[in-house]
Design a protein around this ligand. Structure first.
Ligand code: MN
Length: 284
């Protein structure tokens, strides 16, 4: 099933006819201020709610996708984990680039970092570029949405903790500061446009990623080339910081990162997962 958040944080299922079937009624009413957390509640209760959600989605109806305003599918995750330097070809391009002062270590040496969860944005939000005189890059990444939480999740159980997958952009200012600053600006974690539930993605290491800036193909890669695969990321990260339903994991970018300027349309597509576009603009 493909799930979206839209309008005033309603939750919907996307149908093959490009309509959105409202699932919000499956969840208890929340105070307005807590509506961004609605998707967390759906994920938490998914095993119990899934049959009803599937029946509603199959019953047809809904409204045209074009008539709603899509938000980030998980608008308010508690945590956003990310895997650094997780493709060898990206490691090589960074070693040979003017953007990184020192050659970065590969992923298996570096472990993980955290992006601010407030950086999450959706397909209708601009990517706000905070500097006019700094290099700001796109990083196309497969994003895992955690379903069942846990601490020190064993590798062999790890994929069972994934609720679903989405496209993500790990936007990054290049430079000497800590990653948590360079990657945590507001709108620096566009995700979506939907979350596809894990049952529809038989093998997260068998996906193709493409990223365009305007018409130019910049990144083209396969998730089988990750240095640390998805299940080991979950095991490693949850050993450090307990995972909770709805947490996002950015799984690392392949080669082909490059600069984004005001006006650019950045589009990422992942086979079997979906597509996300967001336009960059200068931050006021
Ligand atoms: Mn990244």
């Amino acid at each position: 099933m493909r799930l979206v958040s839209y309008d005033d944080y309603r939750i919907g299922a996307l149908t093959d006819q490009d309509s959105v079937v409202d699932l919000t009624g499956l969840l208890p009413d929340l105070p307005d201020e807590f509506r961004p957390m609605r998707m967390l509640l759906l994920i938490e209760r998914w095993d119990a709610l899934r049959p009803q959600a599937e029946a509603l989605a199959a019953s047809g109806g809904g409204v045209p996708l074009a008539s709603v305003r899509l938000l980030a599918p998980v608008p308010a995750p508690r945590k956003v984990y990310a895997q650094p330097v997780n493709y060898r070809a990206h490691h090589e391009e960074m070693q040979n680039s003017p953007w990184s002062g020192t050659a970065p270590q590969v992923s298996s040496d570096q472990g993980m970092f955290l992006k601010a969860s407030s950086a999450v944005s959706g397909p209708n939000d601009p990517i706000l570029l905070p500097y006019a005189d700094r290099v700001i890059h796109h990083e196309s990444e497969l994003v895992m949405v955690i379903g069942k939480g846990g601490s020190a999740i064993p590798v062999d159980d790890a994929l069972g903790h994934v609720f679903g997958y989405a496209c993500g952009l790990d936007m990054t200012v290049r430079g000497p500061e800590d990653r948590s600053k360079r990657k945590s600006f507001d709108t620096f974690a566009p995700t979506g446009a939907c979350v596809v539930t894990a049952d529809e993605v038989p093998d997260p290491q068998d996906l193709e990623i493409n990223l365009w800036v305007n018409e130019e193909l910049r990144q083209h890669a396969f998730t089988r080339d990750m240095i640390v695969d998805c299940k080991n990321q979950i095991a490693n990260m949850s050993w450090v910081a307990r995972m909770e339903p709805g947490d996002l994991v950015f799984t690392g970018t392949p080669e082909g990162v490059g600069p984004v300027a005001p006006g650019d349309l950045v589009t990422i597509s992942i086979s079997g997962v979906g597509e996300l576009s967001a336009r960059a603009q200068a931050r006021e």
